[in-house]
Design a protein around this ligand. Structure first.
Ligand code: IMP
Length: 467
């Protein structure tokens, strides 16, 4: 497609860009730009998600939005040889079964494709693809150039601090984890609230992709007349999330679209987050417009000390039965668990060990990831572990903690939560033992606080004026 001299110049430019102290996504963008420009084609860097089964367009050039919004690529359906380390050339996209979406490729005017793996050590962590608009037999020189660019992308990825951390921990390079994918992608958010939301997901290390797929909703003959593009996709949970920070009239329109989407694509899981829910989510972390709302005292007792005592006894009875002849390790998550766990272990009739841990919460500040601020002291390896939490709300904290504990190889792991606000779940999470399922108002007492206040109350109470 080009001569050796031009490829040399393009390589020199890309190497200089990768050597700059700029964010990873800018350096990867420069590589993809160089490939697209030198080969006069569309180009894209595709990276594997942390499960290794889906691939995400991380940077792209000269490709139409509808092609990029076709959804995540299934590794086993889309040029799978590339992700097992081989270079693939397809001269006629229309007649090749290795393409996952041939009809969209044809619509985008793509005729030939070259795919080259991005190798990190022995493993492919992604690929660079070139999309030619004219039929093309890629030459050895073309392939050598794109391979050099793929190697350069691997150098950029491996030199990123989040990848180095993983490599040291695991003793060998891994496919990019959530934080690396995030740094690798250039995302133009349509709305600042989406960027805030992405930061919360990043904080809990929940992998996300912004607007990866557009769902056709209505057609006029062959042409699509209405589409719906959810804001986020969380590959680890196979869940789409749509934020509606809009006026009510537009929300009604969006709801209609959502109903249609559910009819046409019943297998798609999607959660809608309304403006008020979203503002309350931010307020929980001390950010957003509701953060300054102050509570004015206790509104009413939701569960009295006597009711709590009854329920704790029942839970303790169940746990004692389920763990008969075993010695579980009960791990409390500081600090709301305190009264609950103290009462629980005194009602349990089998021997238990106890430990505690604490984590940092999202504050919208400089901490970009959740940290364990107090680790457990006992080993969990081979133990039957029961995590004890005060309350499950969005599910973000426990999803993170359960993953974190599972990596430490307990024999079994269950979660016991005093309260469950099921309706407020953002990510699916099921606790194994639940004290009470409650509606979504804010509660205090029996160890739970609002702004560090009211933990000492013996009852669980709702508070006034809390949105
Ligand atoms: P999640 O990550 O949204 O599930 O948050 C769980 C954490 O949020 C809990 O451990 C509590 O610290 C806090 N939280 C959520 N709702 C309440 C509430 O109503 N009262 C007190 N703390 C709450």
């Amino acid at each position: 497609m080009n001569n050796e001299r031009d490829y040399y110049k393009a390589t020199r430019r890309a190497v200089a860009a990768v050597n700059l102290p700029s964010p990873l996504k800018d350096r990867l963008d420069a590589i993809v730009r160089s490939v697209a420009r030198s080969m006069n084609s569309g180009a894209s860097l595709i990276l594997l998600d942390s499960s290794g089964s889906k691939a995400v367009h991380s940077s792209s050039r000269a490709l139409p939005q509808f092609y990029l919004h076709k959804g995540l690529l299934d590794v086993d359906k889309s040029l799978c040889e590339v992700l097992s380390g081989q270079t693939v050339t397809i001269s006629d996209v229309a007649n090749d079964s290795r393409i996952q979406h041939p009809e969209l490729a044809a619509k985008a005017g793509i005729v030939s494709i070259l795919g080259v793996p991005v190798m990190s050590g022995e493993r492919a962590v992604g690929s660079i693809r070139v999309y030619a608009r004219e039929r093309c037999e890629f030459s050895a020189q073309d392939i050598a150039f794109v391979t050099t660019m793929a190697n350069l992308a691997a150098i950029a990825l491996n030199s990123d601090p989040s990848c180095q951390k993983t490599a040291v921990k695991q003793k060998n390079p891994l496919p990019p984890e959530a934080s690396l994918l995030r740094r690798a992608r250039s995302v133009d958010f349509a709305h600042p609230s989406e960027e805030d939301f992405a930061r919360i997901l990043d904080f809990y290390n929940i992998e996300w992709v912004y607007e990866p797929r557009s769902f056709p909703l209505r057609w006029d003959g062959d042409s699509v007349t209405e589409m719906f593009t959810p804001d986020f996709y969380l590959p680890g949970l196979d869940l789409y999330i749509e934020l509606t920070t809009l006026r009510q009239s537009l929300v009604t329109h969006k709801n209609r679209k959502l109903r249609r989407l559910k009819e046409l694509y019943p297998e798609v899981k999607i959660t809608l987050l309304y403006k008020n829910d979203y503002d309350r989510l931010l307020a929980k972390y001390g950010c957003g417009p509701l953060a300054q709302t102050r509570a004015h005292g206790i509104s009413r007792v939701l569960y009295s000390a006597v009711q709590i005592d009854d329920r704790v006894r029942a839970l303790a009875g169940q746990i004692s039965k389920d763990y008969a002849n075993r010695r579980p390790l009960m791990v409390g998550v500081q600090r709301g668990f305190l009264c609950f766990m103290a009462d629980l272990i005194r009602q349990i009739t089998i021997p238990v060990d106890i430990d505690f841990m604490a984590i940092s919460y999202y504050t919208g500040g400089s901490d970009s990831a959740v940290r364990i601020t107090k680790d457990i002291d006992l080993s969990v390896v081979g133990r039957h572990v029961i995590m004890v939490e005060d309350i499950v709300d969005t599910g973000l904290t426990l999803t993170f903690l359960v993953d974190w504990l599972r990596e430490r190889n307990p024999r079994s792991l269950k979660v016991c939560a005093l309260l469950d606000k099921r309706k407020r779940r953002l990510v699916p999470f099921e606790a194994d033992y639940v004290g009470f399922t409650i509606d979504d108002g804010f509660v205090v007492g029996y160890g739970l606080d609002f702004d560090e206040k009211s933990r000492f109350l013996p009852d669980i109470c709702t508070i006034k004026n809390h949105n």
